[in-house]
Design a protein around this ligand. Structure first.
Ligand code: PMT
Length: 400
């Protein structure tokens, strides 16, 4: 009974895949969930209210008012649910969701909801590939919703391609996985401060000194910490990474100086601080007011040292469990241990650019973790998995 007591609100819109929802409901009920079904008016053409209500053991609603004149309160449905699933989600319903076109019970309920939203789109292949659908799915992801992508195969039109709603088993597994990973609230009540991404040090209004950090490592740690219930303060340099997790408070800065100032607005309240940003060690002494013109054969820019944010965190440490990163290209272990000592850290995560699949930009990393007394080496993994390893290690240390 992996879904025991979980309240799942299923919103069905008008697509042929609606017939598969009967199987999904039966499966969710078997796993212990309570299920409530709402439909758009056109969904009724594809699946019977009687079957759905018999399987879900609840009346099915598709209008704001019932025939006996009672109001079907969309706010109550929204507050009741632990999770809302849109399946099948047609192009029309998806568009209404992300643009707030609130002309039926399903959308009014969605717009009143605070719980996680899952979307299993289903439509013909060209509709699925249409720029408007792609953009609407991206918007839904930006809102923090979970997309269960359509599968490929034969479609109702007789065409072959991507557009079939994911199978009921797949949808059910995704929902189980979600509740399972969210039950591990091991960082509940903790504040985690994370730095991520590169810094840009301005030379003139056009140019800067930067580095190759994408922010992926830091954002993965932030997402994982938030999943574990932490309040996350993420201070990121220029990065295209995004997060819609409501437990992540994101502050975007540009230079090392700005990162320094932002970090120390929050550091005192942090229980754990993790510095994964690639901070420039030097910045131009002067920033030219106008674009520097090409004139001489060579140009000298005088650089001055930036503040060492992590070292200062080490000096100002009170209750914080302080974690640094070391990005090395030679004498890796020796340099990492040196930084652990000099910056007064509790732990350092070493990644080496000599390891294939490790470091900047890519989705994988290979790390070694050092404390003053321990060394643990990990295999090459996705940055999301690396984030789990790092947080597991931190938790084991702080719970000792
Ligand atoms: O963002 P991605 O593309 O996913 O790449 C991830 C990463 C390679 C950037 C990341 O895994 C990583 O290694 N981050 C640290 C990069 C770095 O600057 O390492 P460092 O050895 O130069 O610095 C040591 C530590 O001091 C780091 O925790 C750094 O954040 C911190 N530091 C450095 C200089 C400075 N002025 N202030 C600092 O806080």
């Amino acid at each position: 009974m992996t879904l025991q007591g979980k309240r799942i609100l299923i919103c069905i819109s008008g697509g042929i895949a609606a017939y598969k929802i009967n199987l999904l409901i039966r499966d969710l009920i078997k796993k212990g969930a309570e299920v409530q079904v709402l439909m758009t008016p056109s969904a009724e053409n594809f699946v019977s209210k009687l079957t759905l209500s018999t399987l879900s053991k609840n009346p099915v609603f598709l209008d704001f008012y019932s025939e006996n004149g009672t109001w079907n309160n969309h706010v109550e449905f929204a507050l009741w649910a632990d999770l809302i699933l849109f399946a099948p989600c047609t192009a029309n319903t998806l568009a209404k969701m992300v643009h707030g076109i609130c002309d039926n019970l399903v959308i009014a309920t969605y717009m009143s909801a605070k719980c996680p939203v899952f979307i299993a789109p289903a439509m013909d292949l060209d509709m699925y590939q249409h720029p408007s659908t792609k953009q609407n799915l991206e918007l839904a992801e930006d809102f923090g919703h979970f997309i269960i992508p359509a599968e490929s195969g034969e479609l109702a039109s007789g065409l072959f391609g991507q557009g079939r709603m994911a199978e009921p088993d797949t949808i059910s597994e995704k929902i189980e996985e979600f509740f399972h990973s969210n039950s591990n609230k091991s960082l509940m009540g903790k504040t985690v401060l994370i730095t991520a991404g590169p810094t840009y040090e301005a030379i003139d209004p056009v140019r800067f000194i930067g580095n190759h950090s994408s922010g992926k490592m830091g954002f993965s740690i932030a997402e994982e910490a938030a999943k574990r219930g932490a309040k996350v303060i993420l201070i990121s340099g220029p990065s295209s990474q995004k997060t819609a997790d409501p437990n992540i408070e994101i502050h975007r800065i540009s230079s090392a100086r700005e990162m320094f100032d932002e970090v120390f607005k929050h550091y005192q309240n942090a229980d754990i601080a993790i510095a994964s940003a690639a901070v420039a060690d030097y910045a131009p002494k002067e920033v030219a007011k106008e674009k520097i013109k090409k004139s001489e054969d060579s140009l000298t820019i005088e650089l001055v040292k930036n503040p060492d944010i992590l070292k200062t965190m080490g000096e100002r440490k009170s209750k914080q469990f302080l974690v640094g990163f070391a990005l090395e290209t030679q004498n890796e272990e020796e340099n990492a241990k040196g930084k652990l000592e000099k910056k007064n850290l509790d732990m350092i995560v070493l990644n080496s650019l000599r390891d294939e699949g490790a470091g900047f930009k890519i989705d994988t990393n290979k790390i070694k973790i050092f404390t003053k007394t321990r060394l643990k080496e990990f295999q090459l993994k996705s940055k999301n998995e690396v984030a789990k390893d790092i947080l597991n290690f931190i938790e084991a240390q702080i719970l000792k």
